[in-house]
Design a protein around this ligand. Sequence first.
Ligand SMILES: Cc1ncc(COP(=O)(O)O)c(C=O)c1O
Length: 426
Amino acid sequence: MDENVSFIEEQVDRHHELFSRSLPMIASENVISPLAREMLLSDFGDRYAEGLPGERYYEGNVFVDEVERRVTALARELFRCRLADVRPISGTVANLAVYYALLEPGDIMTSVALSHGAHISSAKFGGAGMRGINNVNYPFDVERMNIDIDGSAKLIRHVKPKVAAFGQSVFLFPTPLKELRDAFQEAGCHVWYDGAHVMGLIAGGQFQDPLREGADVITGSTHKTLPGPQHGILLSDSADDKFVKRLMKGVFPGVVSNHHLHAMAALGITLAEHLQFGRDYAAQIVKNAKALGQALVEQGFKVLAEKFGFTESHALAIDVSAHGGGAEISLEFEKANIITNKNLLPWDTSSVHPSGVRVGTQELTRLGMREAQMKDVSDLMARVAIKREDPRRVAADVRELRREFNTVRFCFQPGVEAHKRHRLFH
Ligand SMILES: Cc1ncc(COP(=O)(O)O)c(C=O)c1O
């Protein structure tokens, strides 16, 4: 065997083994179901399809077209909307499609600031700035960990943005879209909601329902609380055909050529599973997040927005500045195989030494953990960060906790047919 091949295979095997005995708590990740994973191995991943079903620029897409029509229909059903474009290959790419569709260089876009939890793609030095968009940030209510409603309404009325953008990577509480509706109308702006983190919650009837609350367009990743393949999606319920066409042109030919057909097929499986299991899954994710927030506080951690129930989503923001800061503590957690990330908190000035750690409960929930296990998780985290036990000793107990939670839940289980297909793909 070629040394490079065996090296890479070995690292991937070791990675799998590591994650089978870790607590995966990065708020932007998840595991896909066995049936969805099968689609990633299919020949769809070797083919090209540009444009829309029935109007392709390449031949050989008969069955790809069938799948794309079905995946689109599933997305429209799940999110209750007229337009579902399943071609963006990631959340960031879906965001770029919005910039191409709705904004010209020099246009004003109001958005959440990076230090208040926004994603880099909507920031001045990310995709938005690179498109030449003039970003103006909303004022933020640090106690509530949400944009300040009155200040944001005033800002929107004053600067009259072309697009009012919302959505965060530290997304603890629903955006007050309904409260800002009059301001949107007065400014005559489009309302864009980046729901990357919360797509699975929205689809499962939790958090909020942006399309019914005033958003013209939603973009998102399909692999965070929506537990699908790494891919993107763009949704709208607009009845304005011209607006919908602009959005779709933003996707193709704007920012996507071939749209990673294997991931699209896998997304279809995820959407079908979420239609079946999504409501229970989303509800348990939020219950677990709230339970983990409470348990962490009882262990002596400072969890943000305690007065407001910590979170309405899958995510929690923890201020670990008293224990060494986010950079140090996330590394200590890693030594115990508790996988988190350091995160800026609203008052931080250095992204290298932030005060916070961000965690999410979506993957632990997917593996079957409930409120009782959140207590165990908080105890393991406290042993590392507060009691300063040797993280390698804690890692042994992390492994023990994971022993009973190694099956992906809230999905269809593979039957005989899937096993036959598996042989075909190999
Ligand atoms: C709010 C938000 N938007 C967009 C993205 C980018 O998503 P992707 O990694 O799918 O490009 C993220 C990623 O975490 C995010 O948090």
